[in-house]
Write a protein that binds this ligand. Structure first.
Ligand SMILES: Cc1cc2nc3c(=O)[nH]c(=O)nc-3n(C[C@H](O)[C@H](O)[C@H](O)COP(=O)(O)O)c2cc1C
Length: 140
């Protein structure tokens, strides 16, 4: 059974390029092996990530991610059964989330993933992917 999970968290301390690179490298290797796909949004003191794959595998990865000391306030926004992947082309890709981004501003001036509906969060993710250029496209 395929699921799509969305969570938000706050990095502990500044997010360095090295940290982001390490997360993406680890994700690329592990996620390919586990047939997990998704997108990681970073910016404005937040991480927001979508994970898609087999339910048991997504659960296992999410519990590892929750225990990661690089972030805190990890909150599950959505976990749904899906018939097909939306982010299937990436083992993990990075897009920058900036609340100052005019597009984000226009669409949802008060956007805060901690209080937004998951529908709004997915909408913004989608916009970011379509309009921004996802960094590090790693075909799964
Ligand atoms: C915001 C964030 C996103 C992450 N995303 C992933 C991911 O998609 N896949 C992954 O394997 N690890 C991810 N990690 C790293 C995991 O928390 C964990 O360190 C890693 O899975 C451990 O892998 P290992 O068991 O191979 O050492 C992420 C960490 C953070 C802080």
């Amino acid at each position: 059974m395929l699921v799509r999970l969305l969570y938000v968290s706050q990095p502990v301390g500044p997010v360095t390029t090295t940290m982001t690179t390490l997360i993406l490298e680890k994700s690329d290797a592990n996620n390919k092996q586990q047939d997990i796909t998704g997108v990681l949004c970073q910016g404005s003191g937040l991480w927001m990530q979508v994970l898609e794959g087999e339910r048991s595998k997504v659960n296992l990865l999410y519990s590892k991610i929750m225990a990661d000391r690089n972030h805190h306030n990890v909150q599950l926004l959505s976990m749904e059964e899906i018939s097909q992947r939306q982010f299937g082309q990436w083992s993990m890709t990075l897009v920058y989330l900036s609340k100052d981004d005019p597009l984000v501003q226009m669409a949802h001036p008060e956007f805060d993933p901690y209080t937004a509906s998951s529908k709004d969060a997915f909408f913004i993710l989608d916009e970011l992917i379509k309009t921004g250029s996802p960094i590090l496209n790693t075909p799964s």
